[in-house]
Design a protein around this ligand. Structure first.
Ligand SMILES: [Zn+2]
Ligand SMILES: [Zn+2]
Length: 768
C-alpha cells in the first residue's frame, strides 16, 4: 500500500562543491528511501527526489537542516516535476559548464573523524600530518585554478595512490571527490621530525611552523624567557601574542571560557578568541597589561601531532612576519624572518594564497564580534543586493587592509586580512589576492572605490591602477556605517550610526573619529553629532605619545600642567617647553574629534600608558583597567555637555583630575570614564534619532572592540526602545571598511544613472 509518489527538483547554490554535497544528498535519499539523482555543474547542485510526499518533504528539510559541515546553502529552489518511476538514487558525473562559478570554501579545522583516524594505530593514516576529508582541511589557500579538482590545487604534485583513489571514487566514502586527500604513501612530507620540533619548543626555542595559511612563530607561552626572546627578536615590545592550546580543556587551564567562547573556539573556523585570562597561567609578557588572552585551539593535523607530544603546554603562535609586513607563506621567503626562529618545521605542500588566523571577541549578547575576518571565514561572501552590470573593487583602509570585490551576482567577496599597505610586500600580496579572487569569481572590476584620505596607500593604489575606470572616494566613517548595514542586510534601514575609531579623514580635512551619522540609503550621509574638537600636537605623531593629547585636553579644560599629573611627567621638561608654545597657539596641532584619541589621552592621564607601540594599545589597556574598577559617578556636574550633538570632554577630564588628586583608584576613574562616554553617547544618539524620526542605532568603528562600551551602550539604548545593530560578519574596525566602500560606490553609481533621483536630505556629501 504505497502512498502516491511525488517528485521535486532542487536547485541549490552557495558553497556546494568540494564539500561532499552530492554524497550528503545521496545519504539523505537513502535515509528516506527516495529515488532520483543528483549532479553538479559549475555553479550549483541539482537534484530530484521521488517518493511519498511526506518523505520527500522530510528529505528537503533534512538537507536544509544538516548540509555537510563545510557547505553553505545560499539559495534552494524547490519545483514540483513529473514523476518518472525510476528505481534507486544516482550520483551523476559532473557536467562541466562555464556559466556561473561555485563559491570557494574557506579553510576548515580538522574534523573529529580525521582526528580519530590520525590517532588510531590501526588506521592507514595513523600519524599522517596532512590527513583531510570532504568535511575538513585547507581549501581557499590551496585552490589555484578552476574547475576545482586536484590538478587545480597545490596538491597537483602529489598523485593519489590506488587506495586513496579508490576512496576518492567511492560515493559512500567520506573522501569521495575530496581533492586534497592523501596518505603517508602519496602525500606531502614534513621537512624534519615532529619530535625535533617538540623538543626544541620544550627547551624554550622559537620554532617557525608552516601551517594552513602561512608560517607561525611558536614558543612556550609559560616560559617567560622564551616569550621575552621572541619579543626582542620581533621588535614587538607589547602587542599581545596569540596562543594555541591542544584542546578546550587546555584552554580552560589558562582562561575563563564560557559557553559562547567555547562555541567559537571549537567552531570549524577555529578563530583566535579573546577571553579573560587566569592569573599567572602564562608568562606576563604574552599580553602585557591586558586582562584578556587571545586563544585558539589546534586546528591542523600538524598542530595536533605537536600537542600530542607537548600535552597541555600552551604555545605562543604568532604570524611569522616582522612589523606590519605580510605573513611568510612560501619557504623561499623565510629570509624575511631571518634570525627570528631557532628551528623551522616546514613541508612540501605549497600554500597558494596566504591567510592569517581570524580574531573574534564575544560581545554582550554572546555573539562573535569579528576583529579580523580571515582563515575559516575568507573568502565567503556577504550577500548584497544584486546591482546591474558593474563590478566594484573597494580597496579598504591602510592598516588591517582587506579588499572587497562586489559583483553583479549579489555577492560581496571579501579578501583575507592583508595587513599594513605601507609595506610594498603587502601591496604585492594585495595584487596577488585580487587577481586570484577576480579569477575565482569571474569578476573584473569596472569601478574602484577607496577612502577619501589622500595619504592612504590604498587610495594611491586605486588612482594608480584606475586605468580610466571611475574612482569613487568614500568618507571613512560613512563606510563604517554602511558596512554595518550591509553586515545585517539592512541597507534600506535609516539609522543613526555611532562611528567611533582612531583616525578617519573627515570631509573638512581634519581627523574624525567620534562621529554620529544619519544614514538613510547608502549613497549619502549627514554628520549629526561629534566629539568637540581637540588637538593632536605634532599631528599624527601624537598617537605614539598620548601625553601630548592629554596636555591639550587639560589646557582646554582650564587645568594647569602641574607635575603631579602623569602626562606632565611623561613628556619631560623639554617636551613641556615645546608643547607650552604649541598648544595655546595651535601651532603644529591637527584638530580631531577622535574617540580613540580621547581614550588614549585618558589612559595617559591615569598613568596607564605613555608609549604606544601598537594600534589601540592605550585604549585597550584603559578598558582592561576599567574592568576591575567600580565606576566613579561623573554624572553630577561632570558629564559630557550635549549641545546640538557636540559632546565636550572637558568636564570629564576635570572630574578625572579631581578624582586623582583626591586619591581615587585609577581603575574606578577608568570605569567612571567609560560610563560617562556611554551616557553622553546614548543621550546624543537618542537626541539625533528622535530629531530624525529614526529608531535604529548602529555601533561601528574600531573603538567598539571595547566590550564595556558596546555592552553598556546597547543596554542603555535598548532600554530606551531603540534597536541596536553591531557587527556580526565583518570587522567593526578598518578590516570591515571595504564592504561599506563598495556598497556606497554601488549606490552612488545607481543614483547617478537614475535621472529622477529622490532628493536626499541636505548632507555634507563629499565633493570629488
Ligand atoms: Zn576530516
Ligand atoms: Zn595515498
Amino acid at each position: 500500500m504505497n502512498a502516491v509518489s511525488v517528485r521535486v527538483r532542487l536547485d541549490i547554490t552557495g558553497v556546494v562543491q568540494g564539500v561532499g554535497f552530492r554524497p550528503a544528498v545521496a545519504r539523505i535519499a537513502a535515509e528516506f528511501s527516495l529515488d532520483g539523482w543528483v549532479y553538479n555543474d559549475a555553479g550549483s547542485v541539482h537534484c530530484e527526489f521521488e517518493g511519498p510526499a511526506a518523505d520527500v518533504e522530510a528529505a528537503v528539510s533534512a538537507l536544509q537542516d544538516r548540509p555537510p559541515p563545510m557547505a553553505r546553502i545560499d539559495t534552494l529552489a524547490v519545483t514540483a516535476v513529473q514523476t518518472r518511476g525510476e528505481a534507486g538514487f544516482a550520483i551523476i558525473a559532473s557536467r562541466t559548464g562555464d556559466d556561473g562559478r561555485t563559491l570557494v570554501p574557506p579553510d576548515i579545522a580538522i574534523c573529529a573523524d580525521c582526528l580519530r583516524e590520525m590517532r588510531d594505530p590501526a588506521d592507514r593514516r595513523y600519524g599522517h600530518p596532512f590527513i583531510t576529508c570532504t568535511n575538513c582541511g585547507p581549501r581557499y589557500t590551496v585552490i589555484t585554478d578552476l574547475p576545482y579538482d586536484r590538478p587545480a590545487t597545490t596538491m597537483a604534485g602529489f598523485p593519489m595512490c590506488e587506495p586513496c583513489a579508490a576512496e576518492y571514487r567511492d560515493p559512500t566514502d567520506r573522501r569521495y571527490h575530496a581533492q586534497t586527500i592523501a596518505c603517508p604513501d602519496c602525500g606531502p612530507q614534513l621537512s624534519s621530525s615532529l619530535e625535533d620540533a617538540a623538543d626544541a619548543l620544550l627547551t624554550g626555542s622559537v620554532v617557525a611552523i608552516k601551517g594552513i595559511g602561512g608560517f607561525h612563530l611558536a614558543c612556550r607561552a609559560d616560559d617567560a624567557a622564551a616569550v621575552a626572546r621572541l619579543r626582542t627578536r620581533k621588535n614587538r615590545p607589547a602587542k599581545p601574542f596569540a596562543m594555541m592550546v591542544a584542546d578546550l580543556e587546555a584552554a580552560r587551564e589558562i582562561a575563563e571560557i564560557d559557553d559562547a567562547a567555547a562555541a567559537a573556539l571549537t567552531s570549524p573556523s577555529a578563530p583566535i578568541v579573546l577571553v579573560p585570562g587566569k592569573p599567572r597561567a602564562v608568562a606576563e609578557a604574552v599580553a602585557p597589561g591586558l586582562a584578556d588572552l587571545g586563544v585558539m585551539l589546534a586546528y591542523s593535523p600538524i598542530h595536533h601531532l605537536l600537542f600530542d607530544r607537548l600535552g597541555r603546554i600552551p604555545l605562543v603562535m604568532t604570524s611569522a612576519n616582522q612589523g606590519g609586513s605580510p605573513i611568510v607563506f612560501r619557504d623561499e621567503d623565510l629570509n624575511w624572518i631571518d634570525g627570528l626562529a631557532d628551528a623551522v618545521l616546514t613541508h612540501d605542500r605549497p600554500i597558494h594564497v596566504p591567510c592569517e588566523d581570524s580574531v573574534v571577541t564575544i560581545d554582550d549578547e554572546g555573539g562573535e564580534l569579528p576583529l579580523r575576518r580571515s582563515r575559516g571565514y575568507a573568502p565567503l561572501p556577504v550577500a548584497v543586493p544584486v546591482i546591474d552590470g558593474e563590478v566594484i573593487l573597494a580597496t579598504g583602509g591602510d592598516l588591517k587592509t582587506t579588499f572587497c570585490l562586489m559583483g553583479a551576482d549579489g555577492h560581496a567577496h571579501l579578501s583575507a586580512h592583508l595587513g599594513d599597505m605601507a609595506d610594498p610586500r603587502t601591496q604585492h600580496c594585495f595584487e596577488a589576492a585580487l587577481d586570484h579572487l577576480a579569477f575565482m569569481t569571474d569578476q573584473q572590476p569596472d569601478v574602484i572605490a577607496c577612502d577619501m584620505h589622500p595619504g592612504y596607500a590604498t587610495t594611491a593604489w586605486a588612482r594608480r591602477h584606475a586605468g580610466g575606470r571611475p574612482v569613487v572616494t568614500v568618507q571613512h566613517h560613512h563606510a563604517h556605517a554602511v558596512s554595518l548595514l550591509a553586515d545585517h542586510g539592512r541597507l534600506g534601514t535609516p539609522i543613526i550610526a555611532v562611528a567611533y575609531d582612531g583616525t578617519g579623514y573627515g570631509l573638512d580635512g581634519t581627523v574624525w573619529g567620534g562621529e554620529l551619522l544619519a544614514v538613510s540609503g547608502a549613497a549619502e550621509f549627514t554628520r549629526v553629532g561629534h566629539l568637540a574638537p581637540f588637538a593632536l600636537p605634532g599631528g599624527e605623531g601624537a598617537v605614539c605619545q598620548p601625553a601630548r593629547i592629554a596636555l591639550d585636553l587639560l589646557f582646554r579644560a582650564g587645568i594647569d600642567w602641574t607635575p603631579d599629573l602623569a602626562p606632565v611627567a611623561a613628556v619631560g621638561q623639554t617636551g613641556l617647553h615645546v608643547l607650552a608654545q604649541q598648544i595655546p597657539r595651535g601651532v603644529g596641532c591637527v584638530p580631531t574629534t577622535s574617540m580613540g584619541r580621547l581614550f588614549d589621552a585618558v589612559a595617559s592621564l591615569l598613568g596607564v600608558c605613555q608609549q604606544v607601540s601598537y594600534e589601540g594599545q592605550a585604549a585597550v589597556e584603559l578598558e582592561h583597567l576599567a574592568r576591575r574598577g567600580r565606576a566613579v559617578d561623573f554624572s553630577a556636574a561632570l558629564n559630557f555637555v550635549v549641545d546640538v550633538g557636540v559632546m565636550d570632554p572637558a568636564p570629564v577630564i576635570a572630574g578625572i583630575v579631581e578624582g586623582l588628586r583626591a586619591g581615587a583608584d585609577p581603575a574606578d576613574l577608568a570605569a567612571g570614564f567609560h560610563q560617562a562616554v556611554i551616557r553622553a553617547t546614548a543621550t546624543t544618539a537618542r537626541y539625533c534619532a528622535d530629531a530624525a524620526g529614526i529608531s535604529v542605532i548602529g555601533l561601528t568603528g574600531g573603538v567598539f572592540a571595547n566590550r564595556i562600551l558596546l555592552g553598556g551602550l546597547r543596554k542603555s539604548l535598548t532600554k530606551g526602545g531603540y534597536e541596536v545593530l553591531s557587527h556580526r560578519i565583518v570587522a567593526c574596525n578598518d578590516g570591515g571598511l571595504a564592504l561599506g566602500q563598495a556598497t556606497i560606490a554601488a549606490a552612488r553609481r545607481v543614483a547617478a544613472s537614475t535621472p529622477e533621483r529622490n532628493g536626499a536630505c541636505a548632507s555634507e556629501s563629499p565633493a570629488k
